[in-house]
Structure formats: structure tokens, C-alpha cells
Design a protein. Structure first.
Lengths: 270, 322
């Protein structure tokens, strides 16, 4: 392409990127504008910046607890999904058994089932187990992920079988091969699943909304939705909550961008 | 009957030691004790995921259908009503409105994210400075939660103090009431959703674009094909598998739209943005009509499944797998 054309195109794309980024910037600006930023002429640089909104949030709502709840649940969900998915992926890629394809097909089919169809019976199940309004009740339905199994199985299929066979001759069993040969070689796929599992738990809304009632047990998205009732027009407080909710994901994203984008791109290539 | 025609299991087992003499090392043809051991190993690898998927997905799926055949308020005894819930829902104007609004959402959202995502992917597919950084910015909203997206856009689109209406005012346009106006509630939700998902669609399409062989373009350019001609004769046909994937995923997700509706409008004002899943939620947890809620969620599932199957069947007509 000609030089001027590249320049023009870059400028257009950059202007678009600024527009895409603007909502984040505006959220941050509003959160440090005292007086809720409710002025007729919005100011990009607040005249009197303050962290009052953050103080309000942490002093008058259990927001710190809520952040810790979200963090704990996201870490637990991620560890559980990594474990269950990696084990199942090994079975589907390395342990042939009668009906393997059928079972794998059922796993994939569960990806098609929307959570909305499940909420009434799941609610009753969790209630029967006495887990309503507990974190375990939020966690349990999410400890296995068909998507995770699919992702890791693809990665394990690419690990050369000669490696397992060599280990078998050396007397290694399946658990040894799984732990010392296959797992270390699928690092990028594990990283992708880590980010996706963490993100889906951190951002999940409908199920925690149904299970959790006590404010001290709530997760970030639910607390944020609840803030709307408490601080209807105090946009600085609402935006401060949004900033706190977005920051960890943005940090993880900046750190692991390669795995996230590669993961999304791979799901589209059949 | 068919069970009698197949040989009893013991016959299969008795044949096993013979096959075990072959050096398969795959477990299928080992002696009985070793086979049991192998089966236990397979179970050890599978059960940690199979048990939760069964308990928390497959069983509730069946149970939801069972509940949908009853009248039930989640607390009292269930009363069998057969298919009455489905019949009454089908004739209910609220159901039609919820499905209508959901389709409205998809019809507004899909062209926006596809054409927008394609334009950005095409631009980013050419060589330019800071490409990875720019791609990263476009993707950033994807990692944000729907609740934050809803809150932030409620603020941006605030009728009185929102920065969008302020900017419109600068160019002499009197901005609408956005999510406070029944006519603008759904467009507000569509706008916020498209902002969040644009980067996702872009990355899928970009991966598809990068898989198109360069020499196709070179040959076309030699033949004198211009930019638009190359777009319609090479890029779009070669990109059809990625386009297909985007459409299938967007329709599945679009029919299940909920979080952003709940947090932005709650289905209002006056039901103008009430969608199917919001209706399922309201029926269950606001009105205690779990039977109808389950029936409605099954109707939604069947609609999505049918649309997905139709798409999978129809893909041969336009999707071009190299």
C-alpha cells in the first residue's frame, strides 16, 4: 500500500480506538469528580478532583468484602475448571474407551444449553442441598466446563504420542504422563482457559443474583446492580464501583492479551 | 429386544485375553483385571467433570421440562397441568412482546457488530504502526462485565447530564431520552451491547482474514480487479466460515440476552425492552410462576436449537470451506 494511504487508514483506526476507549476514560473521570459530575457542561478534566466517591463506597457499603468475595469465587472456579477440564481432556485424547465419542458429544451438547433453562431446577437443587445464600452454592454448578474440556483436548491432541510411548516404556502410568509430560506442554491453552474461567466467574450475574441474598456475601456485578437503587443519581459513586470492578480484568487482560485474543481467534477457526 | 440379539457381555470378555497378545497397549484388549484397572483410570479422569455436568446441567435440563408441565409457585405442592403452560404462553401477548423485543435486539445488534467488526478487521489486517496496541483497545470492552457496560452506558446516555446528549447538543441536535424513553430503550441497549462485542467479532474475522492466501489478491490485482471487486469476489467468500461462526454465536447469545437489559432498563419503560430471559426471571422470582417460567425457557431453547440446526443445514449453500 502507498505511504499516504497507510497514514490515513491508521488515523481513522486510531480515532475509532479513541472512541472505543472513551467510555472507560469517562467512567474514570466521573469517579473522581466530586458533586457527582452533574453539571450541564461535562468536564474532561475535573475542576476539583477527589477520591470521595471511593471513600463513600468502602465506608458505607461492604464493598471491600464484595471485592474479596468475587476474587475468591473467581480463583476457586478457575482452579476447579482447570483441574476437571484437564483430566477429562486427557481421557478424551489419550484413553480410548467404548462410547468415548458419544460421551464427548454429550459434553459438547451441554455447551448449547442456556443457563436460563436450568435456573428453576438448579435453584431447587441448591436449596435442597441447603446451599442457598452460600458461596459454595454459587461455585458448584460452575466447577466443570465443557468449553474447557474442548479447548484442552484440542491442545493435548497436538502433543506428539511418541512422548507418552517413551514414558510408558520407562514405566510411567497415565497419571505420571498426564502430570509430567502432557500438562507442561499445553501451557498456552491452560493460560487461555485460566483467563476465560476467571473472566466468566468475575463477570457472571444471573446465577449469583439468584443464590446470594445477604449483602456481605454478594459479588461485584450484583453489588453494582444493587448500588443503582442506593445511589440513583450519585454517578461518581456508581462509576467508582465500575472502575474497581473493571480494573482487575483489565490488568489480567494487559498481562495475558496474547492468550485471550489467540483463544478467541482459535474458537472461530474450525 | 435388541439386547437379546447382541452377544452377552461375558462372550466379549472371554475373547479379550486372545486379543491381549497383540501389542496394542491401548487397554481394550487386556486381561480382565487389567481391564478393570483401565476402566477405573478412565473413570478417575472423567468423573470430576462428568458428575457436575450431569448434576448441574443434564439433570436440571430434564427437570425443567418436568416442572414446565406443572403449576408451581416454588414452595407449595406441584399441580399437573400437562401442556397448559405452553398453550397459555403461546396465546399470551406478553410472550409475543418478549420474543418480539428479543428479535428487535438481534436485528439491531447483529448488523452493527458484523459490519463494524469487519471494517475494523479489514483495516487492522493491513500493515500499520501500533497495530497490536490498536487491536487491544478495540478488544478491551470484551473483558468488561455486562453490568459495568450497562451502568457506564446509562451514564453516557443519561438524558439530562449524559455526555452523548451534550455532544449532540453541540452540533444542534436535541438528544432523545435514551433508556428513559420507550421508543429509545432498546436502541440504547443495542448500542451498549455492540460496543462491548465489537472487539470479539473483530478478532474472529481478523483470524479469518489472515488465513486467506495472499496470492489470490495478487492474481486479482493483475487481472485489474479494484478494492470493492476484491472485497466481494475474494474476501467475503473466503471469510464465510468466520462469518458463519459469528452469526451462529451471535444468534445463540442474542436470544439469551439478559444481564444488560436487567441492569439498564429492567425491561422497561412500560415493558418496551422486556426480553424473553427477563420474562423467565420475572415469572420465577417476582410472580412465583415457576411452571410457566420453565415452559417459556424450554420454548426459548427449542427456538434457538431450531434456528441453529437450520443454519447448520443451510451453510452448504453459502459457506465456503477450503
Amino acid at each position: 500500500m502507498r505511504k499516504p494511504a497507510v497514514l490515513t487508514l491508521t488515523i481513522v483506526v486510531a480515532v475509532g480506538a479513541v472512541a472505543m476507549f472513551f467510555p472507560f476514560l469517562w467512567t474514570l473521570v466521573t469517579s473522581v469528580s466530586s458533586g457527582a459530575g452533574l453539571s450541564a457542561t461535562p468536564q474532561l478534566i475535573p475542576a476539583d478532583p477527589s477520591l470521595d466517591a471511593y471513600g463513600e463506597l468502602f465506608d458505607n457499603t461492604p464493598f471491600l468484602q464484595v471485592v474479596l468475595n468475587s476474587l475468591g469465587l473467581a480463583v476457586a472456579t478457575t482452579l476447579a475448571q482447570l483441574t476437571t477440564s484437564a483430566l477429562a481432556a486427557y481421557a478424551f485424547s489419550r484413553l480410548p474407551f467404548r462410547g468415548s465419542n458419544l460421551v464427548f458429544g454429550i459434553y459438547l451438547a451441554t455447551m448449547m444449553i442456556p443457563i436460563q433453562v436450568l435456573i428453576v431446577p438448579l435453584f431447587v437443587e441448591i436449596k435442597t442441598l441447603g446451599l442457598l445464600n452460600t458461596h459454595l452454592g454459587v461455585l458448584l454448578p460452575g466447577i466443570a466446563s465443557a468449553f474447557g474440556v474442548f479447548l484442552l483436548r484440542q491442545a493435548m491432541s497436538a502433543v506428539p504420542r511418541e512422548l507418552d510411548e517413551a514414558a510408558t516404556i520407562d514405566g510411567a502410568g497415565h497419571f505420571r504422563i498426564f502430570g509430567t509430560i502432557v500438562l507442561p506442554l499445553i501451557g498456552p491453552a491452560l493460560a487461555t482457559l485460566t483467563v476465560f474461567a476467571f473472566m466468566s466467574s468475575w463477570n457472571s450475574f444471573l446465577w449469583p443474583l439468584i443464590v446470594l441474598r445477604t449483602p456481605e456475601l454478594q459479588t461485584l456485578p450484583i453489588a453494582l446492580a444493587g448500588l443503582q437503587g442506593q445511589y440513583t443519581t450519585e454517578w461518581d459513586v456508581l462509576m467508582a464501583g465500575s472502575v474497581i470492578s473493571v480494573l482487575p480484568m483489565v490488568a489480567i487482560y494487559v498481562f495475558a492479551q496474547r492468550f485471550v485474543i489467540q483463544g478467541v481467534a482459535n474458537t472461530g477457526i474450525k | 429386544m435388541t439386547a437379546l440379539q447382541s452377544p452377552p457381555a461375558s462372550v466379549v470378555v472371554r475373547g479379550a485375553p486372545v486379543r491381549a497378545q497383540r501389542p496394542t497397549a491401548r487397554g481394550l484388549g487386556r486381561p480382565r483385571r487389567s481391564r478393570l484397572r483401565y476402566a477405573l483410570i478412565v473413570l478417575a479422569f472423567l468423573l470430576p467433570s462428568a458428575v457436575p455436568l450431569t448434576l448441574f446441567t443434564l439433570v436440571p435440563m430434564g427437570a425443567a421440562f418436568w416442572v414446565s408441565l406443572h403449576e408451581w409457585n416454588l414452595i407449595g405442592p406441584m399441580k399437573w397441568v400437562g401442556l397448559d403452560n405452553y398453550v397459555s404462553l403461546a396465546g399470551d401477548p406478553d410472550t409475543r412482546r418478549a420474543f418480539g423485543n428479543t428479535v428487535y435486539y438481534i436485528v439491531g445488534y447483529l448488523p452493527l457488530v458484523y459490519i463494524g467488526g469487519l471494517a475494523i478487521a479489514l483495516a487492522l489486517n493491513s500493515r500499520m504502526p501500533a497495530r497490536a496496541f490498536l487491536r487491544g483497545i478495540y478488544f478491551l470492552p470484551v473483558v468488561t462485565s455486562w453490568i459495568v457496560v450497562a451502568l457506564v452506558w446509562r451514564w453516557l446516555l443519561n438524558p439530562e447530564y449524559g455526555v452523548v446528549n451534550y455532544a449532540l447538543g453541540l452540533v444542534g441536535i436535541d438528544g432523545p431520552g435514551w433508556w428513559t424513553d420507550p421508543a429509545w430503550a432498546m436502541p440504547s441497549i443495542i448500542l451498549a451491547s455492540a460496543w462491548k462485542d465489537l472487539g470479539f467479532v473483530m478478532v474472529i474475522l481478523l483470524a479469518g482474514l489472515q488465513a486467506i492466501p495472499r496470492d489470490l489478491y495478487e492474481a486479482a490485482t493483475v487481472d485489474g480487479a479494484g478494492w470493492w471487486r476484491r472485497l466481494f469476489s475474494i474476501t467475503l467468500p473466503m471469510l464465510s466460515p468466520s462469518t458463519f461462526f459469528v452469526i451462529v454465536i451471535s444468534l445463540i447469545n442474542g436470544f439469551q440476552v439478559f444481564d444488560q437489559v436487567y441492569a439498564m432498563t429492567g425491561g422497561g419503560p412500560a415493558g418496551s425492552s422486556q426480553v424473553v430471559v427477563q420474562q423467565v426471571y420475572d415469572l420465577t422470582f417476582r410472580y412465583g410462576r415457576a411452571g410457566e417460567a420453565s415452559a417459556l425457557s424450554w420454548m426459548l431453547f427449542v427456538v434457538v436449537l431450531a434456528i441453529t440446526i437450520v443454519q447448520l443445514r443451510g451453510q452448504k449453500k453459502w459457506v465456503n470451506y477450503a
